[in-house]
Design a protein around this ligand. Structure first.
Ligand code: COA
Ligand code: ZN
Length: 310
């Protein structure tokens, strides 16, 4: 099992994208800078998608311009097509992440084209990114099942990963868009990719829709996977997938990893403060649990609670 894990923060993208009320750009920047200060090594800060599809993220370039880059935090953005790659390159992102679904129906819903059209379009993205010297990773949505089509064959996930490799991408992410992953599926998919596409490091992106997100991380750790994506405060969800809910929560993940003796380089207290700030900004209670309960050795004054006397 890995002694050190890379935790990628995706809340400012996966989390903010489902929020209906526009979060002011300055507020987004302040929250992201709290995450930078907490030591998150990679932050998916926004998407360069159609502003009509996702109005919340229309300010991606302005957000990037306000982020503190002095700590060398890698700032990554989601990109669906050549136009997005041009905008991302012009804004100066550190990393581009393209995405395609493993199921046709979700890809149609999400990006209005077939899987093959998405993959072919990534050739232009690669050309633009290569010219700008920006690495590209590929994300596979609905990699553990699709809310419209059901089971997704592991071979389909392997096929897309091979296409990513052949296009020259530097990593592959398996997205569990609506929380359909289970420990056996995690083991099966990771083993398949390690066998058929050993060149690409694997990142796992779970949603906690069915309450077993961290259990799936344990399954990933058992397979030797050392990159996990999560959202602070447990924000998250895809607006174009039925029944999507929050990602696994970054603080809860970091808490678990640290208690297992696995290093992340992240300051859990500062991360919890950022998560509580997100709750204030979003204006409702969010799923994260460690930000509410505190570390396991947070002691309480016995005077705080009544004594059960008969
Ligand atoms: N950034 C900004 N504008 C974009 C764009 C991008 N990356 N891609 C396309 N557009 C604009 C085009 O310029 C065009 O504008 P116009 O009508 O003013 O000329 C318009 O959007 C339509 O372009 P088209 O290529 O026909 O796209 P589409 O309508 O088929 O939509 C996507 C395709 C991919 C752009 C859109 O579905 C999308 O952005 N999806 C992202 C969904 C998402 O983020 N999901 C969550 C992540 S899992
Ligand atoms: Zn997601």
């Amino acid at each position: 099992m890995a002694r050190k894990v890379t935790v990628t923060e995706v809340g400012p993208r996966d989390g903010f994208q489902i929020e209906r009320d526009f979060i002011p750009t300055a507020t987004k920047i302040a929250l992201i800078n709290q995450l930078v200060d907490a030591g998150l090594p990679i932050i998916e800060f926004s998407s360069f998608v159609s502003p009509r599809a996702v109005p919340q993220l229309a300010d991606a370039a302005e957000v990037l311009a306000g982020i503190d880059r002095s700590r060398g935090t890698k700032l990554a953005a989601l990109v669906p097509n050549a136009k997005g790659a041009e905008r991302a390159a012009a804004a100066g992102v550190d990393e581009i992440r393209v995405f395609v679904s493993a199921s046709e129906t979700h890809n149609q819903k999400n990006v209005n084209r077939s899987i093959e059209e998405s993959l072919n379009g990534f050739e232009d993205v690669m050309r633009i990114a290569n010219d700008a010297g920006i690495p590209v990773e590929g994300a596979i949505a609905t990699a553990f099942g699709c809310p419209f089509e059901g089971e997704v064959p592991v071979e389909q996930v392997g096929y897309i990963a091979r296409r990513f490799r052949d296009l020259g991408m530097t990593g592959v992410g398996l997205g569990d868009t609506t929380g359909m992953a289970t420990p056996p599926l995690v083991a099966e998919r990771c083993r398949h990719l390690k066998e058929h596409v050993p060149e690409l490091p694997i990142a796992l992106h779970f949603h906690n829709t069915r309450g077993i997100g961290l259990v799936n991380v344990m399954a990933g750790l058992a397979e030797g996977i050392d990159i996990y994506e999560a959202s602070f405060a447990g924000l998250g969800g895809c607006p174009f997938a039925a029944g999507a809910t929050g990602n696994i929560c970054t603080e809860d993940l970091v808490y678990m990893l640290h208690e297992m003796g696995i290093e992340t380089g992240i300051d859990l207290d500062k991360l919890c403060a950022a998560a509580r700030q997100a709750e204030d900004v979003i204006g409702r209670s969010l799923p994260g649990q460690v930000m509410k309960a505190g570390p396991r050795l947070r002691l309480h004054d016995p005077e705080e609670v009544a004594t059960a006397a008969g």
